[in-house]
Write a protein of this length. Sequence first.
Length: 213
Amino acid sequence: MEHRTQYCQHQGSCIHSAVIGSSQAFIKAFLAKLGINVLLLLLNIRKILRSQQILKEILLTLVNKTNFKLGLFMGLQTLLLKSIQCLLRQIRNKEDPYNSIISGFIAGAVSFSTQEENVQYIVRVYLFGRAVDCIYQSMVQKEYFRHRKIIPVVIFAIMSSLISYCYFFEPELLPLDTYKMYNNFSQQSMNDSIWHMCNIQAHRSKIYGEGLQ
């Protein structure tokens, strides 16, 4: 591991590559979450400005432990992924898909299991979309079907309709931050909010009445 194997394409030793890669992953994930926090800050700027502790609210919104934990997740996953893949190349003395599959499985399982639920949610949202896209692109390349511009539109429309249903009828199924985001963008009036809550209660009563709960 102090030197790269004949199958490695990275510069320097395997250890050097793993450390540099994990450091870059940490920084990128940290900055990405920080950017999301800036957006949330702008969306809630009026509420924060009315607070008696403006500076504290701003700091808590911009810099919190989730930023660091998300960075640590990506850094740990990258470190394990690169290290295990190089180790498998050295042990098995060959490069094939199994090296990537095994290293990805171990790295994902270890790094994901060490995170709190809120970080796991962020990771699930990001990686699920990536995984679906990889499966779709793979099926197109293997000519199971041809790419059509309408297909991603239909997939997104289905996902959007599911979230819309949850927001209007079963909001308890949505993560709290997603529900808050929809509330911020919807700009509902007081009457709209009351009508929204009434629809939710009516839907729940209907479910309870039919014995589906």
